[in-house]
Ligand binder design. Sequence first.
Ligand code: SF4
Ligand code: ZN
Length: 282
Amino acid sequence: MAYEKIENKVRDTIKKYNLFSKKDYVLVACSGGKDSTTLAHILKKLGYNINAITINPSIKARESSSKNIENLRKFCKENEIRLYEYSFKEEFGHTLFGINKILKSKGIDMPYCTICGILKRYLLNKKSKELKADKVATGHVLDDEAESVFMNLLRGNIELLSRLGPISGVKKSKKFVPRVKPLYFCKEEEIISYSKKKKFPVAYERCPYAKSSYREIVRNELIDFQRKNKKTNENIIKWFLQILPDIKKEFEKQGEISFCEICEEPSKNKICNACSIITKIR
Ligand code: SF4
Ligand code: ZN
């Protein structure tokens, strides 16, 4: 019964926000963690045309990193899902730790999660375009989204707020594979329970670099708020979805989408953030 509740939530979210249809080819961005594994399982069960893609940041400090990939391979094999694998080490020649070290030696102190986020998004778009995906589905749950909303609110970053929602981003371009979040209304605790009951081969510990991120500070604050009011994160999302259409409209008006002069991927600046990092580490 509990299974059905979550599966119905996912199916309703896909329909309500028109995330994709059964004709679309969807790549699920998988990390080997509980959220993306659950997502891949549910989408397959609901009969969508999916495969999986994973971008491994090659995190040396993470003992479970190779275990995660092994788990993901096992899960995909058992569920007849094809898995496309890419890594920072193979694509950029360095691990996340190595990239951070090179940047530091050039006087650039960029947090691990910032580097990881920029390069993962870059590879995800590039590779899913090559694989001719119509959409990329990510495993973001309601609590992740509430953290992102709260974080950008505290930073006063309205532009980043406008890119959130069940469909990421604002402007559409053929060069950009839309990213969607079918677990948008699922709470983290629901996914943990689903994943444990299904006995998915996943590790439940978090990435060691997460501890030093700004997101972690916000996450802990929200956990505190939720001790006083269990519905805190749901209320943040409820409020956010009411104002989101107006914010998106505001940023849609702001001219055509531009492209990076090096990789030709969509970018706000002449050189995208990913190419700016890549040129510095080569
Ligand atoms: Fe990358 Fe940070 Fe996520 Fe770890 S917590 S996988 S470093 S974004
Ligand atoms: Zn670029």
